[in-house]
Design a protein around this ligand. Structure first.
Ligand code: XUL
Ligand code: CO
Length: 433
C-alpha cells in the first residue's frame, strides 16, 4: 500500500444532491437502464498512459508532475502498478487500458524490454486476481521512442517494421495473458511530413500487410477479443493514413480486413478530422465496424489534441445515443484517454477528474436512454424516410436510370420540398439534456 491517495475515500454513489467531493452523483453502477446495469452500459476504463505515465509536459515546458514512481526501474514500475490499483479501488471502475511503455521500463535491448513487460504483466495479473478491474484493451506504444520517428509499419527501414511487429506480438501476448477484451492499434506515426521523401503507396501497403499479420496472429493464439483501429487525422504526423472512420473502412476493404477489425473512436480525434463525435460513431455503426470509444475532448479554440476529460453533458448524450442505437458496447467500453491539466498537480485532481468524467458520462447516458425511450427523434426520422418503405421505392432501386425516367414521366412526378425540422428536433434533445 502506498500513501499517494492517502486521505481520499472510496467514491460511492450518493445521489444528485450529494456535496461530498469524492462521490458519484449520477454514476450508479447498479441502476437499470433499458434492462442493463449502468456499469455494463458504460464499461469505464482508466488509461494507464495519461493517468500514471504522463509527466505533464507541453511544447514549451517539460515535466510538472513529480510522481514517486517516475524512473526506469522495475521497482518503480511495480510502485506505479500499486498506485494504479489504488486509484482503481477508489473509483471502482470495471476496466483499465495500457500501452507496453506505460507499464514497463524500456530495456537496453528488445529482449530486455520484453522480459520487463512479461514480469510486470505477471505482477499486474496478480493484482487483477486479487479483485482489481479487468483489461479493456492493451496496445503498443510505437510512437514515443526515436526509432519510430518515421513511422512503425510505414517506416522506410524494414528493421523498424520488424521491430514494430515484434513489439505488437509481445503486446498481444500480454493482452491475451491478462484476459484483455480488445487489442488497439492507433497509428501514432503512420503518416508522413512531406511527400518529397515519402513513397505513399508503399507505406500504405506495408500498413495493410502489418494489420493482416496482426489478424493472423490473433487467430493463431486464439485471442477472441476484438482488434480495434483508432483513427486520427493528424498529430503527430502532418498526414495520418488512418484519417477518420470512413478512410479506415476503405483501407480495411483494400486489405480484406473489414470483417476482422473494428473502430476505437476518440472524441478529440473526430473533432480534429472536422467531424462531430456522433458522426464518427454513426458512420462506424452504419459500416458494421463500431467497437469502442476513447471519451476525451479537445479544446475547440486551440485546435490541438488536448485530451481533456469530458465535461459537456449534451455532447456526451448525443454520443451515447449513437452507441445505444448501435446496440451498445459488446467487447468495447468507455476509455478515458484523457490527461489532467499540467497545473493539476495533486493526487486529488486525478481522482476528481475521473469521478467528474464518469458522472458526466452517466448523465449523458441517462439522457440518451430517455431520448431513445421517448421515441420522438426516431419517430421523426422514420417519418422523414417513410417514402422509402414502399413497394414503389423498392422497385425503383432495383431498376435503373431509364425506369426512373419512365416513372417520372408516367406519374408526372414533381417533388414538393419538406422541412428538415432541425430546430424542433434540437428542442426535443434539449428537454432531455
Ligand atoms: C493518441 C491516442 C492514443 C491511443 C492509443 O492520440 O489517442 O492514446 O488511444 O495508443
Ligand atoms: Co485514444
Amino acid at each position: 500500500m502506498t500513501d499517494f491517495f492517502k486521505d481520499i475515500p472510496q467514491a460511492r454513489y450518493l445521489g444528485a444532491d450529494s456535496t461530498e467531493e469524492f462521490s458519484y452523483r449520477h454514476y450508479n453502477p447498479e441502476e437499470m437502464l433499458m434492462g442493463k446495469r449502468m456499469e455494463d452500459h458504460l464499461r469505464f476504463a482508466v488509461a494507464w498512459w495519461h493517468s500514471f505515465a504522463w509527466p505533464g509536459g507541453d511544447p514549451f515546458g517539460g515535466q510538472t508532475f513529480e510522481r514517486p514512481w517516475f524512473g526506469d526501474t522495475m521497482d518503480l514500475a511495480r510502485m506505479k502498478a500499486d498506485v494504479a490499483f489504488e486509484l482503481f479501488a477508489i473509483l471502482g471502475q470495471p476496466y483499465f487500458c495500457f500501452h507496453d511503455a506505460d507499464i514497463r521500463p524500456e530495456g537496453g535491448t528488445f529482449a530486455e524490454s520484453t522480459r520487463n513487460l512479461e514480469e510486470i504483466v505477471d505482477y499486474i495479473g496478480q493484482k487483477m486476481e486479487a479483485g482489481g478491474p479487468k483489461l479493456l484493451w492493451g496496445t503498443a506504444n510505437l510512437f514515443t521512442h526515436r526509432r519510430f520517428m518515421s513511422g512503425a509499419a510505414t517506416n522506410p527501414d524494414p528493421d523498424v517494421f520488424a521491430y514494430s511487429a515484434a513489439t505488437v506480438k509481445s503486446c498481444m501476448d500480454a493482452t491475451l495473458k491478462l484476459g484483455g477484451e480488445n487489442y488497439v492499434l492507433w497509428g501514432g506515426r503512420e503518416g508522413y511530413e512531406t511527400l518529397l521523401n515519402t513513397d505513399l503507396k508503399r507505406e500504405r501497403e506495408h500498413a495493410g500487410r502489418f494489420l493482416q499479420m496482426v489478424v493472423e496472429y490473433k487467430h493463431k493464439i486464439g485471442f477472441d477479443g476484438a482488434i480495434l483501429v483508432e483513427p486520427k487525422p493528424q498529430e503527430p504526423s502532418k498526414h495520418q493514413y488512418d484519417y477518420d472512420v470512413a478512410t479506415v473502412y476503405g483501407f480495411l476493404k483494400q486489405f480484406g480486413l473489414e470483417n476482422e477489425v473494428q473502430m476505437n473512436i476518440e472524441q478529440g480525434h473526430a473533432i480534429l478530422a472536422g467531424h462531430s463525435f456522433e458522426h464518427e460513431l454513426a458512420m462506424a455503426a452504419s459500416l458494421g465496424i463500431f467497437g469502442s470509444i476513447d471519451m476525451n475532448r479537445n479544446d475547440y479554440q486551440s485546435g490541438w489534441d488536448t485530451d481533456q476529460f469530458p465535461n459537456n453533458v449534451p455532447e456526451v448524450a448525443l454520443a451515447y445515443y449513437e452507441v445505444l442505437k448501435a446496440g451498445g458496447f459488446t467487447t468495447g467500453g468507455t476509455n478515458f484517454d484523457a490527461k489532467i491539466r499540467r497545473q493539476s498537480l495533486d493526487p486529488a485532481d486525478l481522482v476528481a477528474a475521473h469521478i467528474g468524467a464518469m458522472d458526466v458520462c452517466a448523465r449523458g447516458l441517462k439522457a440518451a436512454v430517455a431520448m431513445l425511450e421517448s421515441g420522438e427523434l426516431e419517430a421523426a426520422r422514420a417519418k422523414r424516410y417513410a417514402g422509402w418503405d414502399t413497394q414503389k421505392s423498392d422497385t425503383m432501386l432495383k431498376g435503373g436510370l431509364a425506369e426512373c425516367f419512365e416513372h417520372v414521366i408516367q406519374s408526372a412526378v414533381s417533388p414538393e420540398p419538406q422541412s428538415g425540422q432541425q430546430e424542433r428536433l434540437e428542442n426535443i434533445v434539449n428537454r432531455f439534456v
